[in-house]
Design a protein around this ligand. Structure first.
Ligand SMILES: [Zn+2]
Length: 270
């Protein structure tokens, strides 16, 4: 995507009243309730740790032409209400990939900048090879090696959401357990697992939301424009009620509320 297109997309998200959050924020109502009342949460995701996403100047700040520089300039100039939030799915340096963001020796400072500022750093596997034909053990190793490789560079990175390379999921029947919890711990490692396409995601309180198959809006020409227009016309997006503990639900949508996902939330039908 060109810088001009990215700037245009940010202005569009702002015009539609959207508000950036991190991917991990979809796990809890507490985080989503911090979205100002009336605004629609959106997660900006950046895959593969490319240099164009985050090039760094010698003083440690992002260059104005990299995605992170463009986003921060946009917030200063147009969207002062926005927090600096976005999720970066990266792989550690290996025989398969250069260090995250491809600028020699700067990966640790960049990851620290991201985490300290409030952005999220997530798991994009160790090698970035397709998981489709891998065994359970191989898939678990891909996820665990990425986790520890990035944690070694940036101990504060949460690494608790995962993006599947090319959207190609493993084919074995126990894939859900392995991608969510590759170390078989008491608490799953990943609270969300992302696909590569599929359009806007359902609300995390919707029956149709699958936290291990979260869809994304792509960046092919006009995809964002058409998607936002449709969502806005049908008013089928999640709008923050700005009130912790309460989920406001339009009466025509109550049938979609997943009671099991409410975690003590009160629903108020409008
Ligand atoms: Zn990728």
């Amino acid at each position: 995507m060109s810088s001009a297109t990215f700037r245009k997309h940010l202005r569009l998200l702002d015009e539609y009243g959207m508000y950036p959050v991190n991917m991990r924020d979809l796990r809890s109502h507490t985080a989503l309730a911090r979205v100002p009342k009336g605004m629609v949460p959106v997660v900006l995701t950046f895959d593969d740790g490319r240099r164009s996403q985050f090039a760094m100047r010698s003083d440690g700040s992002p260059t104005s032409s990299s995605a992170i520089g463009i986003l921060e300039q946009h917030i200063r100039d147009h969207s002062p209400r926005w927090q600096r939030r976005a999720t970066f799915y990266v792989m550690p340096k290996s025989i398969h990939n250069p260090e995250p963001f491809h600028q020699n020796g700067l990966a640790a400072s960049k990851l620290k900048y991201l985490v300290d500022t409030g952005y999220e750093v997530g798991n994009h596997t160790w090698s970035h090879r397709s998981l489709r034909r891998m065994s359970e053990t191989q898939v678990a190793a891909e996820l665990i090696r990425c986790f520890y490789g990035i944690r070694a560079l940036c101990p504060a990175a949460t690494m608790d959401t995962l993006c599947i390379p090319f959207g190609e999921y493993p084919r074995f029947s126990s894939w859900r357990r392995v991608v969510a919890n590759p170390l078989s711990q008491h608490t799953a490692m990943h609270s969300a697992v992302l696909m590569a396409w599929g359009g806007p995601s359902y609300s995390p309180f919707d029956k149709r939301y699958d936290n291990l198959r979260v869809t994304r809006i792509g960046v092919s020409p006009n995809e964002l424009e058409v998607t936002l227009k449709g969502l806005s016309k049908n008013r089928t997006w999640y709008v923050s009620g700005g009130e912790e503990g309460v989920l406001h639900v339009p009466s025509k949508l109550t049938k979609y509320i997943a009671t099991s996902k409410l975690q003590g939330l009160t629903t108020r039908v409008q």
